[in-house]
Design a protein around this ligand. Sequence first.
Ligand SMILES: *[C@@H]1O[C@H](CO)[C@@H](O)[C@H](O)[C@H]1NC(C)=O
Ligand SMILES: *[C@@H]1O[C@H](CO)[C@@H](O)[C@H](O)[C@H]1NC(C)=O
Ligand SMILES: *[C@@H]1O[C@H](CO)[C@@H](O)[C@H](O)[C@H]1NC(C)=O
Ligand SMILES: *[C@@H]1O[C@H](CO)[C@@H](O)[C@H](O)[C@H]1NC(C)=O
Ligand SMILES: *[C@@H]1O[C@H](CO)[C@@H](O)[C@H](O)[C@H]1NC(C)=O
Length: 627
Amino acid sequence: MHRLSLLLVALAGAAYAVPSPSPRSAHILHEKRVMEPTGWRQSRRLDADRVLPMRFGLTQQNLHRVEEMLAAVSHPESPAYGKHYSAAEIVDAFAPSKTTIDEVTNWLVGSGISRDRLRLSINKGWIHVNATTSEVEELLKAEYHVYTHPSGVEQIGCHNYSVPAHISGHVDLIKPTVHFNHRAGANAAGKIRPLPNIVSGPKLTGQAATITPNLANCNKMITLDCLRALYNIDYTPVSTDKNTFGIVEFTPQAYLPGDLDLNFTPSLVGVRPISVLIDGAVVQNTSQSFNFNGESDLDLQYGMGLTAPQPVTLLQTGDLFEGAGFDNWLDAIDGSFCTFEGGDDPEQDGIYPDAVGSPQSCGIIKPPNVVSISYGQDEATASAAYANRQCTEYAKLGMLGTSVVYSTGDDGVAGFSNVCLDKNGNEVGTSGKVFNPEFPATCPFVTAVGATQINPGATVNDPEGACEQVIFSGGGFSNIFAMPSYQANAVNAYVAAHLNPSPYPPGTFNTSVSRAFPDISANGANYVIGIDGQFGLVFGTSASAPVVASMITMINDARIANGKGPVGFINHILYSPIFAPAFNDITMGGNRGCGTPGFNATAGWDPVTGVGTPNFARLLEVFKSLP
Ligand SMILES: *[C@@H]1O[C@H](CO)[C@@H](O)[C@H](O)[C@H]1NC(C)=O
Ligand SMILES: *[C@@H]1O[C@H](CO)[C@@H](O)[C@H](O)[C@H]1NC(C)=O
Ligand SMILES: *[C@@H]1O[C@H](CO)[C@@H](O)[C@H](O)[C@H]1NC(C)=O
Ligand SMILES: *[C@@H]1O[C@H](CO)[C@@H](O)[C@H](O)[C@H]1NC(C)=O
Ligand SMILES: *[C@@H]1O[C@H](CO)[C@@H](O)[C@H](O)[C@H]1NC(C)=O
């Protein structure tokens, strides 16, 4: 008897030493392709014994707390306002938990993939395993196909995949799966696009001196002096050696040095941005036209002009072979995103090193205090997983003290080129009836900037309206992101007053409580720029974003001069009622698109111009008063 009971105990002990089998749960859909890849033909099933380099992106810890953690250092009433996190604190806070690593490991091992085949990446963000197609198809309940492009290029993918319900919370994304590489060969810059518009109409020619600053003409030609008058800016930076301001440009878009000099104030002639070349970038000058130079010339002429003598850092991203996506510039300022929290997506981003040998740039510079990006993509062309992962990274930048400023697009409630959606959220061209919001502006952790105009015949002393010349301010409601708490009062008040009932059929835009944009706006019409050796007028939220970013840079300058830190994420302040006097509310105009008049600019926040345009002098006082 004695011996038997001992034996039982030993067996029980042995049983507990063996890894517990994964609990069985039914598979549920994890990701499906947003759109079928155009130009590619699904040609055959992938061979069952082909070996695939699988990567399982593990869910980070504390992501559900990111909004709260960002608010702790950004909300003006928070005791920790301005006490930004260190990079190491952020990596620690979000690394995947041991439970996540164990659950995914147990699932794979329990599905017949032996533990010795698994590799955990050094930063614990990914599990790698080489597995055959038949193993992966069983694991993910997916069907892999070979897709062929008319050029002869082939790639593999599945239309959708599933994971057991108890695993879905532990895995962000799995590759290779639905993330289709749309690039058949060289020089396809993905879906990311610069935003400015130019009119061929009144072209000005001659030397910079012939543009005499004349505030009487600001309704027809915006210059630096018009912007200073409009937004009450009278400030010369003094902390330039301690402050940083970055402007992102995507190759092949590039500035021309002569264009800067053409439109610079005399003190800046000959001054250039500090170029940081990301992923083999070149500031190319072999192709010169508005499409190659318009965005960069505009952003640098106004960003450098307004903040002079602040040196501006140009974050030139992507080589001439494949261009780049938003994750690529993030990689360059954040080494951990490069290898872990992001993982570039071949559907959206450049994959480096590439065929021409351009290296991948990981964490090559410290994040600038402010970064301005006048590029976007239709949110509908990004998967929710991709958009969420990137958006979280913007929150982390805010936690570090960086302000990320994106323009909201130039087609009102429509997407690029007036493309709209069907009721299933697919892009169907200009005949679509459903609004098509712009990403990353829809990410709640960036500051999204819309466009205003000086109304025809009006002056810098009159209230502006929403931009309705050449372009319409991008705005509306996200289909991916939930509404952040900082804007809930303002947006709910707008919805209650103007969209209840909505003048549009149900389903025209996301009426659930989703992230609404823009947050703020600035003039976007009739900017005089030097472009390809002459003067032209450009329009767009592309102009508005660097103007707002310049104002934040000057505010940081004043704070640094007072021994304080940069402001970081500013949206909590934008929406705080006590700071409302620091903004000029915009109540005229709308943002038409998708065959509708869009939304209206109204008293208070609206999805056309946000909280309005800044009154710089007042905003400066607000930020100087904060710790
Ligand atoms: C997968 O196979 C490749 C090529 O043989 C090898 O370089 C890589 O280390 C393998 N990965 C894993 C996780 O075993
Ligand atoms: C998933 O893909 C398969 C083909 O691989 C298809 O038959 C199925 O309908 C898809 N399911 C969903 C939910 O899209
Ligand atoms: C292009 O840039 C190179 C290097 O700065 C310069 O030598 C050359 O003159 C430029 N070419 C044109 C057409 O602007
Ligand atoms: C509306 O937005 C929410 C995010 O708040 C999202 O979960 C939902 O799927 C969206 N609805 C549609 C129809 O896209
Ligand atoms: C915009 O204003 C017009 C005129 O008052 C009104 O008819 C329309 O319903 C408004 N549209 C929205 C979306 O609020």
